[in-house]
Write a protein that binds this ligand. Sequence first.
Ligand code: NZQ
Ligand code: ZN
Length: 389
Amino acid sequence: MLGNFTYYNPTRVHFGPDALDQLAGELAQYGPTVMLTYGGGSIKRSGLYDQVLAILQEADKTVVEEPGVMSNPTVEKLDEGRKLAREHHVDLILAVGGGSVIDYAKAVSVSAAYDGDAWQHFYLDMADPEPSTVIPVGTILTMSGTGSEMNAGSVITNHEQRLKIGHVYGPEVMPKFTILNPELTFTVPDYQVRAGIYDAFNHICEQYFSGEDDNTSDYLSEGLMKSLVHASRIAVKDPTDYEARSNISWVCTWALNTLISRGKSTDWEVHMIGQAIGAVTNATHGMTLSAVSLPYYRHIMPYGLAKFARFATNVWGISPDGKAEAELAKAGLAAMSDWMDEIGVVKHASELGLTPDMYDDVVKGTFLLTGGYHTLTPAEVHEILVESE
Ligand code: NZQ
Ligand code: ZN
């Protein structure tokens, strides 16, 4: 295990078909005013909105609604929400939705008490990594993928500046509680389900493909990847298979709740490129990752060959017998590529609306990180975009 670290995750997760029964007990721990924030209407169509509102009313809460959080929430929406939270002296933000709604709730939570330009302060300057004034956030998760329900990440998009930036705060910004009923994810459109599965898979890869030491986090990662691959194959054929969907949900949560990054430098370059693509196309997050993953991993594989060979054997079950390390490593990526086809994720950035005239902006918007096996140059980011066409 690399270096010194602290592991602390304060989010209480209520999991399973009856998880919503725990909401009333959670609400009792907070003051009277609750900001109820949600997306574009899926919770109204599913009936969840009515259920949650009834529980809030039963608990005598004053409800301040903040609907209409879009996928890839914007800085303009953030400014609207933090003003509302401040005006109403909100005691709890209840985020009901997927990663976008939860990320949004965290951004409002940290910035409601701040007077200045929130985008500049919390995203461009990455100031206040551990803000002292936060409004507690609770979540009811309706779509699995990001892990936002049990982490401190919050990604906001500024379309005008063509930037999409994630700020990972400290534990005080992690949701205080999360209600996770996998059945709520049954109504998520197929495209989003697949994107969510790939998002979580890539979260694990971003943490796995770094370091050369014998590290417990890597063994945990391999287990999570195997479970996700197995369950995803079932879920894409039968989206209402509870066993598969519940395993997917739980893997997604554990893929990015800080556990498997302990003792690791971690990479995150696929996310950097994916977010830069998202900033110019507003494409679905998980699909931006799947579009560039294979070209990216082909670029870095020579620098981390041993780990790629281990990935082939331990995740994809490929026998190392009679194979040179490079051949084994390549077979691992080929197996991953086949699985991506099987679950149906985007492999070409052009399918997301990315056109060559946007490449310069994507290259400019891609932060180059140093934790993985190889630090990309801007020219290599450009090559990866071309290879993903
Ligand atoms: O807005 P509604 O109507 O709710 O519809 C949503 C949205 O259109 C729909 N949906 C969600 N649950 C549903 C449902 N439709 C029917 N039934 C349900 N039960 O799905 C669509 C996508 O939702 P969204 O929240 O945008 O997706 P996701 O969970 O993938 O979140 C994406 C955002 O999270 C950020 C991404 O960058 C992106 O902005 N990420 C956050 C991370 C974190 N906090 O750690 C890490 C990730 O890497 C990621 O960057
Ligand atoms: Zn992601």
